[in-house]
Design a protein around this ligand. Sequence first.
Ligand SMILES: O=C(O)CCC(=O)C(=O)O
Length: 272
Amino acid sequence: MQAHPDPDIDSPFALRSETIAAFERDGFVKLPEVLSPAAIAAYAPAITAQVTARAKDLPPLEQRSTYGKAFLQVSNLWPVDETIHRFVFAKRLARLAAELLGCRGVRLYHDQALDKEPGGGFTPWHVDQQYWPLATPKCVTAWIPLQAVPLEMGPLAFAIGSQRIREGRELAISDESEIRIGQTLHDVPKSETAYALGEVSFHAGWTFHRAGPNRTDRFRRVMTIIYMDIDMRLKEPENKAQRWDWGNWCPGATVGGIIDSPLNPVLWQAAS
Ligand SMILES: O=C(O)CCC(=O)C(=O)O
């Protein structure tokens, strides 16, 4: 059996009640020092190897769409690599997600590496939950940089409190979403700050976010883990993307039922 890297990724991270309140108010939080440099060094190579292997046949950046220029997107890596499996099952991150959402536990919706190439384009404004057939807003993405992300590398940026804005939610990631949502959010305060090594952000499913281009000559490597309430139910899909997600990230789940397919393991649950 393959040995796992052993830096601690399971012990609890002390979350203050003010931080939970900030997540509810703003729709996101950024938490420094969630992961140690040793943990990132231990787990990042396995994630990067998967992205590199799957991205090798892509056309050059200039021939891709705005979406294609934004990042290399590789989803659900945990079933294919034992080291990544261990990382995605990290209890520290899952417990943080549950505590921020105010849930008794969380399941995995899916994981996703999002690497912005050197010279890669911006990520247009969007919300994630329009892609997801999830019945309630109790879902959150942990955005986990695998190196520090200075401003010029395209850190994730948020429109503060925008989880309450409905206009533009339906727009898929595109040039149109960048322009139209950008107009809607014109007067909404934004948060765009660098990420230190080990810093992790959590954003709610309906929070509008974007990222600038990667103006450096290095990859911006990021792993994401999307968590949902342990009791999350599947809703009737409202668009093609939600139908696709149903078939791929929770196959066999039934509309109205708890999403507990083999691809949606419980990652953390409070002791009863
Ligand atoms: O990494 C990016 O550039 C965008 C990430 C994103 O949209 C997300 O994690 O929901």
